[in-house]
Write a protein that binds this ligand. Sequence first.
Ligand code: GLN
Length: 385
Amino acid sequence: MPSFQKLFQSKLPEIPTSIFAIMSGLATKENALNLSQGFPDFKSDAKLIALVNKAMVEGYNQYAPMPGIYSLREAISEKFEKLYQANYNPDTEITITAGGTQAIFTAITATIKKEDEVIIFKPAYDCYEPTVELVGGKPIAVQLDPESFNINWQEVKGLINSKTRMVIINSPHNPSGKVLSKEDMQQLENILKNTNILLISDEVYEHIIFDGEKHQSACLYPALKERTFIIASFGKTFHNTGWKMGYCAAPANLTKEFRKVHQFNVFSVHHPTQVALATYLKNEENYLNLGNFYQQKRDYFLNLMRDSKFEFTPSTGTYFQLLNFSKITDENDFDFAKRLTIEKKIATIPISVFNEKKLDTKVLRVCFAKSEETLKKAAEILCKI
Ligand code: GLN
């Protein structure tokens, strides 16, 4: 009889450790400036922290209701109404989650069956494909042009068949910073209407959008809204990614399925933080200025990078900037990113890990959600390379 070790088979044999864990781990080990994983290096608003503290002291320390506390779901519903004139019933259409990634995992596992096809645009955030594979679905990858990151909707139309069950979009897009336009959304709407295809719209960077662009939420398009799980993140918006708080908004029939999984996945999420967010979210100043705030950081950083050998097009959304290094070396991006961390003490993300067949376009992703001091230090290092 072979040993248990030999008999055991991995469900995900090809899936490596997430690049975010790898690069942040290496940055810590090497004591390098960490511009890899996306998180701010400055503090969340003291008022919000005081509200969480107050909620704990007041005793909100037992399980929250399974879908999240009502007052927070109500505040989210009001925000949808105010920003997008979109109606989401707090009772039946909004669920508070442990961050965006859990919401994506739950939406996929609640709806995708064996052999279902899911269209994913690459480069893609790293959790989409493994989650589809875990439930026996089939990711259908569409590699985007590595410079424009434009979606060719004709190509997408050609991929649709009776097995297509879901499309996943992400705007503003991680890692490219590309923002989908109204025309993009209309084309998608035309392709999906009159089909039974679901949509996940990963909108976690909804408020981090620059140069006067407007976020095109899927909820603005009726034929999309009725089939969409909108995924949102408080961590990205309020500078506290470690709290792992987010939400999913979807029509009642989809939310019903979502909650069937959510209840056994986490049941409910951190109660005192929900109490605090319900108050904090009411003040729109707490999120409407985020685009300007990050645009200044982008401009500050890119201005310092003007004379570097890296080439770039300014990001139009998210807190990420892509840097092309083909004028510097022909090493593959993963080796180059590792070498920069160890030798130059700066950690970045090689974007081949998000591409189809690990396509290496000689591009690194840096996170500019950092203090000016960090950005200055980073630019100093990068300009010497
Ligand atoms: N969204 C973050 C990024 O792209 C990372 C999230 C994570 O570490 N899982 O950097």
